[in-house]
Design a protein around this ligand. Sequence first.
Ligand code: SF4
Length: 392
Amino acid sequence: MRRSRGRPEPADPRQLARRLLPWFDRHGRHDLPWQREPTPYRVWVSEVMLQQTRVETVIPYFERFLRRFPDVAALAAASEDEVLHLWSGLGYYSRARHLHAAARRIVAAHGGELPADFAGLTALPGIGRSTAGAIAALARGERRPILDGNVKRVLARYFLVRGWPGDSATAAQLWQLAEACTPARRTGAYTQAIMDLGATVCTRARPACERCPLEAGCAARAAGLAATLPERRPVARPRPERRRLMLLVVRNGAEILLERRPGSGIWGGLWTPPEFAEEAGLQAWCRAQFGPRARPARLPGLRHSFTHFDLEIEPWQLRAGRAAARVEEGGRVWYNSRAPSSIGLPAPVSRLIEGCLHGVEGSGQESSDGKDDPVRGARSRGRGARAGAVAR
Ligand code: SF4
């Protein structure tokens, strides 16, 4: 597969599938849980879970989710709390809320079956052009292109597409190439193949060009630019930082007071400890709820990265006595860590609770925008900081 650099064959869209499919037959992934029975529903759930998230992370979530919600009707009938509970730890929770809302709409307006037409699919919450393309191609064998993060990377390199893929002109060029490269036959296999190549060979940091089936025609490889494409956002903006105080009120050694968050925004619909902007507000709330002798103690902080900002969490802890009984009103619960209820908890909050009660870790990264941005494999699964043990 090696050849001299500097004299590339012209990058021909028709060649891409021809080169890719034999490689896929030998080296691609053929036994992922959603591939075993690729119904539109299973492909849809897998595609949504795979946005921003690695395959290895998704597999156990997908299997649990499908055991509990084997079809659209089961998902539509569930409470949002239960859906978010099964999503807890996967991050990007707007995906789960959109999935749930779309399931309800499918039951109400489409007889419980995902719409057969492309426009009907893209009209559903959380289903963009790429996700709809994947459902059409992988579950129905239709000739529809996809353009997730892996595909963008492969196409940008193979065709030497300059520009940041978030820019509309570059995105339009990539969609044109995706359309031109998608073959009429074996569309599902091709779709899986180009995703697999991006995930396992044409990786972001160190593409393994020497074992790539596209090497002979890859313009970026020939130009020595493989690792530098796709281009990054032109002007890197400074990353905003936010700081919030969270109060972990502990009752009976195993119960933590949680509040339900509003349905939209960060961690929408999930449950978190009472939150405050400043210490004065936290102290005043503690006195109002638990009496003048309430003395919350500050715990070591932790940092959590969202797509567009970093969140500095400053946890505080308060051991509550008998006065704690009355704070349960108004959208609050005592979450019993020994008999946890089926509600959604953000991963850092789970770690905070663990750290507070038992001393465990916490830190991670997730999306803050709630959009269906089909980029895969970009998510950090935490940096190993220890809540309850990390000094900021
Ligand atoms: S030759 Fe390298 S840069 Fe080009 S598609 Fe293959 S792995 Fe990616």
